[in-house]
Design a protein around this ligand. Structure first.
Ligand code: ZN
Length: 207
């Protein structure tokens, strides 16, 4: 299900997530632009299911479903303003499941964006967009740019170095196998080996 979410400037709803079974705890304070709080909650549940590591998601996994309530609905110019109100509430109540930091940091912004990306309505919109011709053309152009290619190669090289040092892989990398063509090949090199002339000739001779 997806809903139209109002854009800033608009009302921001500051809410609290808590558990009746833990009355001594304030819980988590957040904000949303959704018209109904209940529309914000499914993505919190999704984030918990998807293994997000923030404190509140750990607790949702541990304790199961939660209660929530509106603390304040307040007209805000932009995200930062809404976030300041959220912080004010979270500090005032001493919300114990919020990540502690006095101002909106770069990391927090990232965290928020990650969380935003995991909302069902956002995911659905993104998926729809990715199927448009416009997106496909842009994506192709982007991937073909020399800078992109260079970056991708660097990333792949980095990944490969990291991959080879993993414990399971290190062991595997020392194992040799005998290929159908008669060559002795390191297990890790098998896919490369299958592209070699020797192996290809063998395949051809089998037909
Ligand atoms: Zn072979």
């Amino acid at each position: 299900m997806s809903w139209r979410v109002p854009k800033f400037p608009c009302d921001a709803k500051i809410y609290r997530i808590y558990w009746d079974e833990f009355p001594e705890e304030v819980g988590y304070v957040g904000h949303t632009r959704q018209k109904l709080l209940s529309r914000r909650m499914p993505s919190h549940r999704d984030c918990a299911k998807n293994g997000r590591t923030s404190l509140v998601y750990q607790k949702i996994r541990e304790r199961g479903d939660f209660q929530y309530e509106l603390l304040e609905s307040i007209f805000c110019q932009d995200f930062d303003e809404a976030r300041r109100h959220e912080k004010r509430w979270s500090r005032r109540l001493k919300a114990n499941l919020n990540m502690i930091s006095p101002l909106l940091t770069k990391e927090e912004r990232k965290e928020y964006e990650k969380e935003y990306e995991c909302r069902p309505e956002v995911k659905a919109r993104k998926k729809k967009y990715q199927q448009t011709e416009k997106y496909k053309t842009q994506r192709r152009d982007y991937l073909n740019k020399p800078e992109t290619r260079e970056h991708t190669q660097t990333q792949q090289a980095k990944y490969w170095v990291e991959y080879k040092t993993r414990p399971g892989v290190q062991k595997k990398s020392k194992e040799n196998i005998t290929c159908d063509c008669g060559s002795t090949v390191r297990l890790l090199n098998i896919s490369h080996h299958k592209k070699t002339k020797k192996h290809q000739n063998f395949i051809a001779s089998q037909k």
